[in-house]
Design a protein around this ligand. Structure first.
Ligand code: ASP
Length: 563
């Protein structure tokens, strides 16, 4: 047996030397016995350092002390040949499952980090996801088509990454935020099932775990209804869970956007645990408690078995939701005591009977803790959603090995933006309004619902899409509502609207966030672990040191002058 790989560890006990050799498949123990092994080989073995690249061969032996943690733990190699293929400097961090290297150091030497088992395993999972995605979609007659990366800048959505054109000075390409318009044009071309596993680029303000470039499974279908899309992509998600991690996903529930907001305060509810919202306006107003009386919404959750929370614990929850990012004003609690009495932070205003009524509304029983927020509807729902998720963590209700998938449907078409004083498309401007709402498009655009859907798994939005507009008139009307002049709309999206005049089929599609989906199946919160060469939180690649300045000559050639 001949093995090649890297020296992970050398243990020299005088008469015996053991070396852990690591390759892509794992660790194998090499053994050198001063009594048996050739002197020259022993000498070479003693000269090895961590991460030296070696070739070894010898006799496979059953191991005396077996290691059941690794697949090759039952055997060891009694070495009869040993060659050093290359030496190595001592690496800046330990290349083992648990390393002493911090994030920055590991990213600077990412090629060494990738030698570590957990990181390599993440990439293996990603590889499997890629293969299985292609397999499933190919089987369903989807055709993989590549669309260009150097395209045209459009103002809708996030900010574009811009690439200057040397041969057309003063003009710029943009990198695609998604292949949206191209995939729609492919439908006009008659490629009725398209997919692409594609890199997308968005120059957004960086948040933890956002990458400026990321990968999507991008899909589009013609001649379909919403149900066809939901069925096809439920199939994809089930296939991936089964083939990649052996998880049998039986059902994918459906929930309207309005219900998601009403019962979970979020358009991506984590349904691994219940703790649904109960609105209490009817039963909590009119008893002299000003805060509630003036609130647009009074809404609460029931934390099962938490009536024994201490003052300190409740204060900590209150502080959590009062942080500026969440912005709640205060938290009202009701403890449903074991003796049938109630203890609340608003006892002054509410009788035992009132509190019993709340508890009944919230399906609470003895031993439960009611947590109630009030105020402006959207802010309050959001704050309670954050509180719910925190309790989900605290009470260990989020099981990483369980997957609860959900379609969120019937999104609003538009959302009002206070800053710009106009409507923005909630999904994107190509999403079709629901047929029955077309009449309200001009008169009451805010209430129009869209033919849009998101797939949410364990509180993570893993994919989203819509049935598209496929007529010039409706697309034009949409741009008008979004505040585009006819001229602007034609200049930016004329190519698409022109195409709609040449027999565009009804169509719709979806895109999945591939990095996020990989992380989810891998049981991790960090998408970075699933990207071979990711950027850090400031959008930098610290290994190649990018972005970086370019030379004066390069700038001149591009006709760009820096201030
Ligand atoms: N292009 C959309 C996105 O990137 C997805 C879709 O509508 O298919 O979010």
């Amino acid at each position: 047996m001949i093995l090649s790989g890297w020296v992970q560890r050398v243990r020299d006990k005088g008469g015996m030397i053991w070396i852990d050799l690591r390759d892509r498949y794992g660790i194998t123990q090499l053994i050198f016995d001063e009594g048996k092994t050739e002197k020259q080989i022993i000498k070479t073995a003693r000269s090895l350092g961590r991460e030296f690249v070696i070739l070894a061969s010898g006799k496979v032996m059953e191991r005396y002390a077996k290691n059941d943690k690794i697949p090759t733990g039952d055997i060891e190699i009694e070495v009869t040949r040993l060659e050093i293929l290359n030496e190595s400097k001592t690496p800046p961090f330990i290349i083992e499952d648990e390393t002493d290297g911090g994030e920055d150091l590991r990213m600077k030497y990412r090629y060494l980090d990738l030698r570590r088992n957990p990181v390599r395993k993440s990439l293996e999972l990603r590889h499997k996801m890629l293969q299985e995605t292609r397999k499933y979609l190919d089987n369903q007659q989807f055709m993989e088509v590549e669309t260009p990366y150097l395209i045209k800048s459009t103002p809708e959505g996030a900010r574009d990454f811009i690439v200057p054109s040397r041969v057309n000075q003063g003009q710029f390409y943009a990198l695609p935020q998604s292949p949206q318009t191209f995939k729609q044009l492919l439908m006009v071309s008659g490629i009725d099932r398209y997919f692409q596993i594609v890199r997308c680029f968005r120059d957004e303000d960086l948040r933890a775990d956002r990458q400026p470039e990321f990968t999507q499974i991008d899909c589009e279908m013609s001649f379909i209804q919403i149900e066809d899309i939901l069925n096809t992509f439920e199939g994809l998600v089930k296939h991936l869970l089964k083939e990649v991690i052996g998880y049998e996903l039986t059902e994918i529930k459906q929930m309207s956007y309005d219900d998601a907001m009403k019962y979970y305060g979020s358009d991506k509810p984590d349904t691994r645990f219940d703790m649904r919202f109960t609105e209490l306006n009817e039963v909590a107003k009119g008893k002299g408690f000003n805060v509630f009386d003036q609130a647009e919404l009074i809404v609460g959750i029931c934390a099962s078995g938490c009536a024994n929370y201490s003052r300190k614990q409740i204060d900590a929850l209150t502080e959590y939701i009062k942080r500026p990012q969440i912005g709640a004003k205060g938290l009202v609690y009701v403890k449903c005591n074991e003796d049938g009495s109630y203890k609340s932070s608003v006892d002054k205003f509410y009788s035992q009977e009132d509190l019993a009524n709340w508890a009944k509304n919230m399906n609470a029983t003895k031993g439960d803790l009611l947590l109630i927020l009030s105020g402006e509807k959207d802010v309050t729902r959001n704050a309670l959603s954050e509180l719910r998720l925190k309790l989900g963590d605290d009470l260990k209700l989020k099981n990483r090995t369980e997957f609860k998938a959900l379609w969120v449907l019937d999104f609003p078409l538009l959302e009002w933006n206070e800053d710009t004083g106009r409507y923005h498309a909630m999904h994107h401007p190509f999403t079709s309004p629901k047929h029955e709402d077309l009449g309200k498009l001009e008169s009451d655009p805010g209430t129009v619902k869209a033919n849009a859907y998101d797939m949410v798994i364990n509180g993570v939005e893993v994919g989203g899409g819509s049935i598209r507009i496929h007529s010039r008139e409706l697309q034009q009307q949409m741009f008008k509502i979004l505040g585009f002049s006819e001229n602007e709309a034609q200049k930016q999206f004329g190519f698409l609207m022109d195409a709609f005049e040449y027999g565009a089929p009804p169509h719709g599609g979806i895109a999945f966030g591939f990095d996020r989906l990989s992380a989810l199946l891998g049981g991790s919160d960090s998408i970075r672990d699933y990207i071979a060469f990711p950027k850090n939180n400031s959008g930098r690649d610290v290994m190649i040191d990018s972005p970086s300045e370019i030379s004066k000559d390069q700038l001149d050639e591009l006709g760009i002058s820096l201030k």
